[in-house]
Write a protein that binds this ligand. Structure first.
Ligand code: DX5
Ligand code: ZN
Length: 248
């Protein structure tokens, strides 16, 4: 991978700068979810993302326990990391994620996101992620209130708001996510202004502008990108959204 640490940091710096100066434009990040790729031609799909305007690879690891599905594990992630030229944003949908943080990092993770609902000692888990040199994220299921993050807000690099119940791609977007983004952005103000808010599930150009306007920074998109006739154009259409000129 190429200089991915800087890419993340620069992205974050850019976002904070743009927000500070009330600048607009392409400040948000796009993270195609590899879960929706064609696993029989995974290499081609990785190269497509490398060549696109996407910012990160979103990697969904599932254990069949925390979520009712199993995706792929760390050997596959290592294969992806070998060819990816953009940071790997890893979404761990597994119980007791502490057991896998080291291997996750060693498999190429730049950002590691664990589920609030899967961590008994979340503060300790976040510290362990940072100790590995990774960015630390927490994901919230649709039923989990953002208010529960109050006491760890300052420790977070990213919050992933699930806009579907985790486990599967291609589900319908849950619209109370807009309100959750707004609430979280307001909560973070003055405490963690660099916090990245990521939206995961059912993201398309039909909801992306409203999510960005509500305060989202990172849009994960699986089926919308990989099932598209022209994935490069689809990624560009998400990246090109400008909330300052969008009439929503
Ligand atoms: C769901 C995963 C998502 C999924 C999104 O559990 O966390 O990242 O791949 O897929 P779409 O964009 O198809 O809803
Ligand atoms: Zn995900």
């Amino acid at each position: 991978m190429l200089n991915v640490g800087n890419a993340v940091l620069n992205g974050k710096y850019l976002l904070s700068l743009q927000k500070k100066h009330n600048m607009s434009t392409k400040s948000h990040l796009i993270a195609p979810s590899v879960l929706a790729a064609d696993f029989a031609k995974l290499y081609d799909d990785i190269i497509m993302v490398n060549n696109s305007e996407a910012d990160w690879f979103h990697i969904d690891i599932m254990d069949g326990v925390f979520v009712p599905n199993i995706s792929f594990g760390f050997p596959v992630m290592q294969a992806i990391a070998k060819h990816a030229t953009k940071p790997l944003d890893v979404h761990l949908m597994i119980v007791d994620p502490d057991r896998y943080l080291q291997v996750c990092k060693d498999s190429g993770a730049e950002i590691i996101t664990v589920h609030y609902e899967a961590c008994t000692h979340l503060h300790r888990t976040l510290a362990a992620i940072k100790e590995l040199g990774c960015k630390a994220g927490v994901a919230l299921n649709p039923h989990t209130p953002v208010a529960l993050l109050k006491d760890v807000l300052a420790d977070l690099d990213l919050v992933c708001l699930m806009s579907v119940n985790p486990g599967f791609g291609g589900q319908k977007f849950i619209s109370n996510t807009y309100a959750k983004v707004q609430e979280l952005r307001a909560m973070a103000k003055g405490i963690n202004d660099g916090l990245l808010i990521e939206i995961d599930g059912g993201v398309t150009t039909a909801n992306a502008a409203q999510l960005l306007k509500a305060g989202a920074d990172v849009l994960v998109a699986g089926s919308f990108v990989f099932n598209a006739a022209a994935p490069l154009d689809t990624i560009k259409s998400l990246k090109d959204i400008d909330i300052n000129i969008e009439n929503i």
